[in-house]
Design a protein around this ligand. Structure first.
Ligand code: KG4
Ligand code: ZN
Length: 376
């Protein structure tokens, strides 16, 4: 790796949803530490993120998480060149914790503060790892950000400015209703598979027949052809369960197991009939087909040969496989982050902040978080 010890050191701080995270990244691409304190155990019993609990937990974790990131990177905070913090979009109370702490730290250490859009962080999660591996995704790219909170397509371009590389983002489509990860979580809830739903559905789908249940592909009349819709697929699962009341008994058995803390994939699989595994596999196939087809169609229409995929759902094994298979013949190169950088983390915030740091961008003590911050 070409990064030397004199490269700028950026501390990233992320607290937009249910992960309190801090990371130290050198030269924009060497991760010295990447600490993530997940709150999943706290939100699990509610089947989703409870905003008040999230804020309270961020408050409890932010100081030790930042200290841990500095310790693991073997640096003193004084050695940092800048602090990059997620300023939105996300849960406002959760964002406030990171932004307030980031501002305070920057002020106390006399270091520049850089505001980072969480979605830009997801784009940089892919770029950071590709660059670190010596691969340089050719821009422009189409980036699919697909998580529990977002399903959006951006066109990503790079421009040179005063020797720095600036990025610009153009939103070309997005979900009209549920985010894909949200659909995974809701379907997992209907089927009593625990929370979050993505990883368990990913595991169980491998044991079912994805062609067993047919889901009519979401009909979206008019509007933007690059939009997604997942609420129809989710509702189709609900109707399927209503039409097949005999599946209720096993749902209750899994519910019982979950309430006793039994949520290992093998245990839940043993409590699932072949019919349910088929339903799970078919649901996943419908979601993955829609994500892959629409993303590649957008790239082709724009004449773009690079696709970046990021966000929690980017960890999905069928999504990765399907993008690989479908892109090959079309001459499109697809890049994914590692599973660790797919879900929310602060290394991606530090990497996005690094580009802005080089471009001379600075935020001050008046930086406010914004729940709906658009990426532009
Ligand atoms: O990016 P993330 O950590 O948080 C935000 O939502 O911003 O993503 C979490 C989402 C959840 O909905 C979870 O069910 C989904 O990502 N997820 C997956 C997988 N791993 C996590 N979905 C499908 N397959 C997976 N392997
Ligand atoms: Zn995210």
């Amino acid at each position: 790796m070409s990064v030397g010890p004199s490269e700028p050191l950026i501390l990233g701080i992320e607290s937009s949803c249910d992960e309190t995270a801090a990371a130290v990244v050198s030269g924009g691409l060497r991760i010295l530490s990447n600490v993530v304190a997940s709150q999943v155990e706290i939100h699990r019993k509610y089947g989703g993120v409870v905003p008040e609990l999230a804020s309270r937990e961020h408050l409890r974790r932010i100081v030790p998480v930042v200290r841990e990131a500095a310790d693991q990177a073997r640096i003193q905070l004084q050695e940092l060149d800048a602090i990059a913090v997620t300023s939105g979009p996300g849960l406002i109370g959760a964002l406030l914790v990171g932004v307030t702490y980031g501002k305070t730290l920057a002020q106390a250490l006399h270091k520049p503060l850089i505001a980072v859009n969480h979605l830009e962080g997801h784009v940089h999660a892919v770029l950071l790892e590709a660059h670190a591996a010596g691969r340089d995704p050719r821009l422009p790219a189409v980036c699919l950000i697909v998580s529990g909170g977002h399903t959006i397509l951006y066109e990503v371009r790079a421009h040179a400015s005063n020797g720095a590389r600036l990025f610009s983002y153009n939103r070309i489509g997005g979900t009209r209703d549920d985010a894909a990860g949200e659909a995974y979580d809701k379907v997992a809830r209907m089927l009593a598979l625990g929370y979050p739903g993505g990883p368990i559905i990913d595991r169980l789908a491998a044991h079912g027949n994805p062609s067993a249940v047919r889901f009519a592909s979401a009909k979206m009349s008019g509007g933007n052809p690059h939009d997604f819709s997942f609420s129809g697929i989710k509702t189709a699962v609900l109707y399927h369960l209503r039409r097949n009341p005999h599946l209720q008994a096993e749902i209750e058995r899994r519910q019982h197991a979950l309430s006793h803390g039994e949520r290992a994939a093998d245990r839940l699989r043993a409590l699932s009939s072949g019919e349910t595994l088929d339903l799970i596999a078919s649901f996943q196939r419908a979601v993955v087909e829609s994500l892959v087809a629409r993303t590649l169609a957008a790239a082709e229409e724009l004449g773009i040969r690079t696709v970046l995929v990021s966000g929690g759902v980017a960890a999905n094994s069928e999504l990765r496989r399907s993008f690989e298979t479908e892109s090959g013949g079309r001459g499109i190169a697809v890049f994914f982050p590692s599973r660790a950088l797919s879900t929310d983390n602060a290394a991606m915030i530090a990497a996005a902040g690094y580009a802005r740091f080089l471009a001379g961008e600075r935020s001050g003590v008046h930086l406010d978080p914004s729940a709906n911050l658009p990426l532009a």
